[in-house]
Every structure is written in structure tokens, then in C-alpha cells.
Design a protein around this ligand. Sequence first.
Ligand code: ADP
Length: 170
Amino acid sequence: MTMIEAVKGDITKQQVDAIVNAANSALAAGAGVCGAIHDAAGPELEEECMTLGGCPTGEARITKGYGLLARHVIHTVGPVWHGGTQNEPVLLRGCYEHSLKLAAGHKLKSLAFPAISTGIFGYPIDLATQVAVSAVRTFAKQPSSLEVIRFVCFSAKDLADYERELAVQG
Ligand code: ADP
């Protein structure tokens, strides 16, 4: 059984096996949630990231967590929103699916996601939550190592969007 939950909070403070980073394709430290994760993890995180050769949009890579409470970071590169005409929903779904697969492949029990692409990358939060909840719900129907999948929302508004979508998708 996999429990899916949404909380308001800071992803860098989550006590889970892995947190997901809304990364850029170079896997560089950057701004937003990515900058916060790199700040909290310390410089070794970017050093390991720099050995990976980047990551295409919609895919994911795993590293250690260094100074974080989480043992691992799964870096996934969300699509930049171009009005929905450039395959954004498929790419965003890929972020969730690849991250979940990596987590299960490493036998992780708990995973926390931020709202990928909804900050600097401009993906509308209501559309992004539909994709996020659908991808996670579908994954959670199959048996895996994952016991908890948590959506960590930075604002009360984002949390409300997730809670509504979790209720809608039952
Ligand atoms: P992207 O470039 O993928 O849009 P951002 O970092 O700009 O990534 O934003 C992604 C989401 O992460 C936004 O909803 C933003 O509010 C949220 N966010 C920013 N900092 C944190 C944090 N420390 N914990 C959780 N979510 C965060």
C-alpha cells in the first residue's frame, strides 16, 4: 500500500528517503527550490551533479543527499510552459514517472515532490497538479517499495490545489 499525501512545507526539511529536485538540464545549483536544496545539501551535491552530464527534460537522475535529512535527491527537469503547445503535459508526467521509477529501483520507502515546473518555469499550478496527481496515483496502484509519496507545497494556495485534485481523482 502506498499512501499519497499533500502538506504545506519546505522540501529541504522533509524526513524522507529522497526528495525530488525541480532541476535545470545542466543539473547546476540555480534558483528556486533547486537553489534551496543545493544550499541545504552543501557543495558536494553540485559536485556530484556535475559528474552526471546533465539531464534531458522529462527525465530524472539520482544522487546522494549530503547535508539533507533525505539520503537521496532525485533531480528531474520539468518543461518550461509555452502555453501547452510543446508537449508540456507529457514531459511533466515523465518527470513524475521517471522519479518514481528511480525511487522504486533504489528500494526507497518515502519520496517527497515539489510542484515541478510551477515556479520559474511557469506551468499553471492547477494544470500541473492534475498531471502530478494522475501520474502518482497510477504508479501507486502497482506494488513497489514506496510506502509514502508526499506532495510538498510551498504555499497554502498550492496545498489547496493539491487537496482538491486528490479529492477529484479519488
Ligand atoms: P521550476 O523551475 O521547475 O518552475 P521553481 O523552483 O521555480 O521550479 O518552483 C517549483 C515550485 O517549488 C514552486 O511551486 C515553488 O513555489 C516551490 N518551492 C520553492 N522553494 C521551495 C521549497 N523550499 N520547498 C518546497 N517548494 C518550494
